[in-house]
Design a protein around this ligand. Structure first.
Ligand code: SF4
Length: 364
């Protein structure tokens, strides 16, 4: 068996910075030293690709250019700017974090990873990234890309976080810790990709132990996630006699927290979707429901959406209804106002399909 290549930290840093300084992508947050902007970018990039996050980042910075602008915005405004990016708890936590920075830290974002972790939603990775990039703290930031690069470089099947942290602490550049963290992640995002690493173009190929052993595609070992379950929902699109739509705001915590939606509920086994939709409408405070004329032409178009842990099919039905007493979370809303609410992507599609049907005078 051949000896694995020796990894010299100094040589590795030199090769990595050569790559990063020459080929690193020119991204808006990389031109920043403002810790608020770096914090927002790091939260947006969690579980989200750069290409998806970039337009959101630009819109966010146009609307909330400073931490004070964010702290003074309403929750609805914040969720609206985040709409479509998913994992909405991230937006709520940055918003809560902006309040905390003003109230507890005198308006200055904390400068160490340890203090940053006091902010809502800031875990070890985000704290390390912000502290190293914005404040030059010599501390690793290990995301999924960095984990893959390190596992391959050292030919490790299933490294734990403590092991990776120890490796990074040894390798990290003392003068440019933020750039070093970003360079490792950049290599993982652009060259050492999960299924097709381009080893021939990699600046570390001469020292990569997985490449020498031919085990790149098995490092790190990935666990099968199994099949994602399917859930179906009956959705009630209810119009009252004043042509207002019944909308419900989801609870602050949990999936899609704080966003607006049409009343909906899980379809029980064997239950017709229209019946589930009627139940949802009744729970939301609409009574004496009559199917609108769209029902004669069939229900509104179903909408599919994939969440991280399940796939959803929403089956909307249009009704005319009479308000009785609404729970606090529900409101009758004029359709143009509904367009301005922060809504999940699937609900936005239902609203748009309904609007299209209404314009075609399918609906009563
Ligand atoms: S040589 Fe290949 S497997 Fe090793 S770090 Fe570079 S791209 Fe990844």
């Amino acid at each position: 068996m051949s000896t694995p290549p020796r990894i010299d930290p100094e040589g590795l840093r030199c090769a990595l910075f050569g790559f990063y300084d020459r080929d690193g992508r020119d991204l808006p947050w990389r031109r920043e030293s403002d810790p608020y902007r770096i914090w927002v970018s790091e939260v947006m990039l969690q579980q989200t690709r750069v290409e998806t996050a970039e337009p959101y980042y630009r819109r966010w910075m146009e609307r909330f250019p400073t931490l004070d602008d964010l702290a003074e915005a309403s929750r609805d405004e914040v969720l609206k700017v985040w709409e479509g990016l998913g994992y909405y708890s991230r937006a709520r936590r940055i918003h809560d974090g902006a309040h905390m920075v003003r109230e507890r830290f005198g308006g200055e974002i904390p400068s160490t990873a340890q203090a940053l972790r006091e902010l809502p939603g800031v875990g070890e990775y985000t704290a390390g990234a912000v502290a190293s990039i914005a404040f030059g703290e010599v501390i690793p930031a290990i995301d999924g890309n960095a984990r893959r690069v390190l596992a391959r470089l050292f030919d490790l099947a299933d490294p734990g976080l403590a092991e990776l942290r120890a490796i990074m602490e040894e390798l990290i550049d003392r003068e440019r810790p933020g750039d070093f963290n970003q360079a490792v992640m950049e290599l993982g995002a652009t060259i050492c990709t999960p299924r097709a690493p381009t080893c021939a173009a990699c600046p570390l190929n001469s020292v990569c132990r997985a490449r020498a052993a031919g085990t790149q595609l098995d490092r790190p070992v990935t666990k099968s996630r199994g099949k994602t379950p399917l859930r179906e929902f009956g959705v009630a699109v209810v119009l009252d006699p004043e042509s207002r739509l019944l909308m419900r705001r989801r609870p602050e915590e949990g999936l899609l927290g704080g966003l607006w939606e049409f009343p909906n509920t899980s379809i029980r086994p064997g239950e017709p979707s229209a019946q589930a939709a009627r139940r949802a409408a009744a729970e939301a405070g609409a009574h004496r429901l009559e199917s609108s004329r769209s029902a004669a032409a069939g229900p509104l178009q179903p909408v599919r959406h994939t969440f991280s842990h399940f796939r959803a099919i929403y089956r909307p039905h249009a009704f005319n209804g009479v308000p009785v007493s609404l729970p606090e979370s529900c409101r009758w809303i004029e359709p143009p106002e509904a367009s301005g609410l922060a809504m999940p992507v699937a609900q936005r599609k239902i609203l748009s399909n309904w609007g299209w049907a209404a314009r075609k005078k399918i609906l009563a």
